[in-house]
Design a protein. Structure first.
Length: 472
């Protein structure tokens, strides 16, 4: 069995790795570190939770022991799709570079430009950045990329999903052609393969697992759920309560709005929960993650900002409140549990509307996922009404308002013909409010009908000035 000492790493790096408690590299680390030390371009594909970050951090630290950074000219550049991933890579450099005297600059949104400028002025041996903030500094003239020796693109498929590819292409043109480029990802769609072919020169390919496979340490189950939000939330709560071995869990939603709603619902039902999504400021996101790491929160409701690469090593459960829209995101989501050899469990709530997404996931991972307590056919009959599209309900409502009035209303009108009753019209402001209220209630059946005959003209309320005879 290969050990870290056999990979060619420097003694300073080996001492830091030993202090961290590691002796045996993971397959991706054993495969990627030697070619990275040999200045080869690298394409690394491995399922999430297998130690991809250390695969480029350790060889970079060894190579950075020689040389020195100049002001505004970083020696290495690492691109990450999210702030959390960038901050996590910085933590890895701090942990494994404890015996090095390196300057590390982190360029992410939500942090003062002035503070970041000062770090760049001192000279950055390691520059870790999200694409947008990096280009902001470059356009302001605060950053030169002509001294970059090693260029790392981490979570390349996530970069594609988030629309960062044009930015990455711009950044690549600012870096010397003689650079070393390292690509890492858990999945490898065809678009990313094309991009890798453009950026990498005769790369070493390290594939320690088939693309888009899920960890064998994770038990996967599907849970049939009704489409109405309150029923779906109830299903989730019952599922959480039924887990005897639940230590903590991440609950994924597709939309930021759903993250907030589900978080508030769990709080109302006295669960220990927090929320994490892209609209939160950086301080709140960092504090929320730290609270989850420190076990101050049992449940973390999150969007896919937490699905990629976050180092949360001891998560016992993952719940997909929504089936992910992109099948690749399923692999990353459930990869938050079952890490570092631990066992984990994932449960995905599925409604009748989401069967297409489920089919895409099962096709991607090339396996059928078992159902927990029955599939969708076991839902009660009234769930069919919940699955009807809103557009169809609106058409039905529109039709219902044209149906004949109830028999009681017809009787009232018949009586009114023989015994006319004075009908007082409401003030104009009231009529206008009623009209606006009906517009706001589009798609719902109106409950208040006017049961009396419609007045002709002014009805019996003829203004006095109209009773004055015309002058002859």
């Amino acid at each position: 069995m290969v050990t870290f000492s056999e990979l060619g790493l420097s003694q300073k790096v080996l001492s830091a790795v030993e202090d961290a408690g590691y002796t045996i590299p993971t397959p991706i680390q054993a495969g990627a570190i030697p070619p990275a030390l040999a200045h080869r371009d690298l394409l690394g594909i491995a399922q999430t939770g297998t130690g991809k970050t250390a695969s480029f951090v350790l060889p970079m630290l060894t190579r950075l022991e020689k040389g020195r950074a100049r002001a505004r000219m970083p020696r290495t550049l690492i691109l990450e799709p999210t702030r959390e991933l960038a901050a996590q890579v910085q933590e890895n450099f701090i942990t494994y570079g404890k015996y090095h005297k390196l300057n590390i600059a982190l360029l992410i949104g939500g942090v003062s430009f002035d503070e970041q400028d000062r770090k760049l002025e001192r000279g950055a041996d390691v520059l870790i950045a999200t694409p947008g903030r990096l280009l902001d500094h470059q356009e302001r003239g605060k950053l030169l990329l002509t001294g970059v020796e090693i260029f790392v693109i981490d979570e390349a498929d996530r970069m594609l999903d988030m629309g960062f590819i044009p930015d990455i292409e711009r950044i690549a043109k600012l870096i010397p052609f003689t650079r070393q480029t390292l690509f890492f990802s858990a999945t490898m769609p065809s678009e990313i393969q094309i991009l890798a072919d453009r950026f990498l020169q005769n790369p070493e390919e390290i594939k320690v697992a088939p693309p888009s496979t899920t960890a064998k340490t994770v038990t996967q189950r599907l849970v049939a759920a009704k489409s109405k939000d309150y029923e779906k939330r109830a299903t989730l709560r019952d599922l959480i309560r039924s887990q005897d071995n639940l230590k903590n869990a991440i609950i994924f939603c597709n939309r930021k709005r759903d993250v907030s709603e589900l978080f508030r619902s769990l709080e109302r039902h006295e669960f220990s929960a927090g929320a994490l999504h892209g609209d939160m400021d950086q301080h709140s996101r960092t504090a929320m993650l730290q609270g989850f790491r420190d076990n101050k929160l049992q449940l973390l409701v999150a969007s896919d900002v937490a699905a990629r690469g976050l180092d949360l090593p001891d998560v016992s459960h993952v719940f997909n409140f929504d089936v992910p829209i992109h099948a690749e995101d399923y692999v990353h989501r459930i990869g938050r549990t079952g890490r570092a050899g631990r066992s984990g469990a994932s449960f995905t709530l599925v409604t009748k509307r989401e069967t297409k997404q489920l089919d895409a996931i099962e096709k991607l991972i090339d396996q059928k996922i078992e159902w927990h307590d029955g599939d969708l056919s076991g839902l009660s009959a009234d769930s069919d009404d919940n699955d009807k599209p809103k557009g169809r309900n609106r058409r039905q409502t529109s039709k219902s308002t044209t149906e004949p009035l109830p028999s009681k209303r017809r009787t009232t009108n018949a009586v009114a013909k023989t015994e006319p009753t004075r009908i007082e019209t409401p003030p104009m402001s009231t009529q206008k409010d009623a009209t606006n209220d009906n517009k706001n209630k589009r798609g719902r059946r109106r409950n208040d009908y006017d049961d009396g005959p419609s007045p002709v003209g002014f009805g019996d309320d003829i203004p006095a000035f109209m009773m004055i005879g015309a002058k002859q």
